[in-house]
Structure formats: structure tokens, C-alpha cells
Write a protein that binds this ligand. Structure first.
Ligand code: SF4
Length: 220
């Protein structure tokens, strides 16, 4: 079975449970309901992008984020917003839609300075940092911009208007990749064997859509 390109969400789903990953991502058996939270999150991202890219004023409901938006605008460096990026199967930076793309991401905000980059991910849900996503995007930044020696990666939590940040360094790339390699190898092995075993976890009891799984607690 040919492996699909993966995003952070795909990777996170796989590490939680390969079986759920197979049903949700590979077979697309379970449709995510279009929740208010999802619609809101998408709309906020669009408004922030318009504010940064075109200088459009934020709508009244988002005005409270203007100080953070201004801080981003005022920061020196070359800006990009909602940049769609990719890493190819041979570990090179590539386009999001390229044929040999393996990792795909959209970087909400990036400022590129002479030897440093600053990347931001806007989060409209409850503050709960999962650093893997920003770590992968920092790794992509190191690949794409050989002059960058350090990446400051930040979550902006819109519910609290707070940030959480971490620094990543070029000379620590191997250690950073080491976090992902075992799971990525296992993912490739699952595709090869066409077997995606269940992995019991906290979602089984009440949140997993796979009602056919023996561990699903929502089965009647
Ligand atoms: S019920 Fe649990 S083990 Fe089964 S597919 Fe869902 S998450 Fe995986």
C-alpha cells in the first residue's frame, strides 16, 4: 500500500492509534462533523492572514488581538503567512502539492531574519501545547533556509491572548528528528504490511468513531 503524505494531525493520530489513523485518514471512513469550533478556528486564521498580508483591520470581535498582530507586523524580517510547505520523501524541502511530497504543513506566520526565523501557530482551542507540530515546522525551516541557525517557535492562544514558545537550534536537528523517526518507521511498516493495529488509549472509551473496534467503549 502506497504511503500517503502526512501532516502533523496525521502523525498525531497515528501515534495515538494506528487503527484509528487507518480508518480516519487512509480510508476516510469517518467524517469529522463541522463543529462551531472548527468553523471559528478557520475564520480566525483567515482574518489574521488578511490583517498581516493586506493590512485589513481586524473585525470587531477580534480587535483584542490587534496588539499581538501589531507586534508581528513590527518585527523586522521577511514575512510569510499561511505558507504551504512540504518535505519530500528524500528529505528535501518541496512544494505542498509536489508529487514526491511526504510531509505537509501550513505555517500560520513566519518572519525570516538573517540567521534566525520566528514561526507562529495560532490556536483557537484550549491552551495545550503539543510541540511536535512546531518542531516539524522548525525542521522544515532549517531545510529550506540553510542560513537559519535558530528558530523561535510560538503558539498564540487566542482564548487567553498568551503565548508559549520554544527555541530550536540547527545543530540539534538530529535529536529533533529522533523523536519522530520511530513512529514514522512504524507508519511505513504498517503501510507495507497493510496492517494497522489498534492501540488502546484515552479516546477509546468515549471519543473514537471506530465502532467496530473491540476496544471502543461507545458500542452498545
Ligand atoms: S477504540 Fe481505541 S484502539 Fe480502537 S480504533 Fe479507536 S482509538 Fe484505536
Amino acid at each position: 500500500m502506497k504511503p500517503l503524505p502526512f501532516s502533523w494531525t496525521h502523525y498525531d493520530t497515528f501515534t495515538t492509534c494506528p487503527r484509528q489513523f487507518y480508518g480516519k485518514i487512509v480510508l476516510k471512513k469517518f467524517k469529522e462533523p463541522e463543529t462551531e469550533a472548527l468553523t471559528w478556528g478557520r475564520w480566525v486564521h483567515e482574518q489574521f492572514e488578511k490583517r498581516q498580508k493586506h493590512g485589513c483591520p481586524l473585525p470587531q470581535t477580534l480587535k483584542e488581538h490587534e496588539p499581538f498582530m501589531t507586534a508581528l507586523t513590527d518585527m523586522r524580517g521577511e514575512m510569510s503567512c499561511e505558507e504551504k510547505v512540504g518535505i519530500s520523501k528524500d528529505f528535501k524541502p518541496c512544494g505542498f502539492f509536489d508529487k514526491n511530497v511526504w510531509y505537509r504543513a501550513a505555517i500560520d506566520f513566519k518572519k525570516l531574519m538573517p540567521q534566525m526565523a520566528y514561526i507562529v501557530d495560532y490556536k483557537t482551542g484550549k491552551p495545550k501545547p503539543k510541540w511536535g507540530q512546531l518542531k516539524l515546522n522548525a525542521l522544515h525551516t532549517f531545510m529550506k533556509h540553510p542560513e537559519v541557525k535558530a528558530v523561535k517557535a510560538e503558539f498564540y492562544w487566542t482564548q487567553t491572548k498568551e503565548t508559549s514558545s520554544q527555541m530550536f537550534y540547527r545543530d540539534k536537528q538530529s535529536e529533533m528528528w529522533a523523536e519522530f523517526v520511530p513512529n514514522l518507521k512504524q507508519m511505513l511498516e504498517c503501510y507495507r504490511a497493510e496492517e494497522f493495529p489498534p492501540r488502546q488509549n484515552g479516546l477509546c472509551k468515549a471519543y473514537c468513531p471506530d465502532l467496530e473496534c473491540e476496544f471502543n467503549g461507545r458500542k452498545k
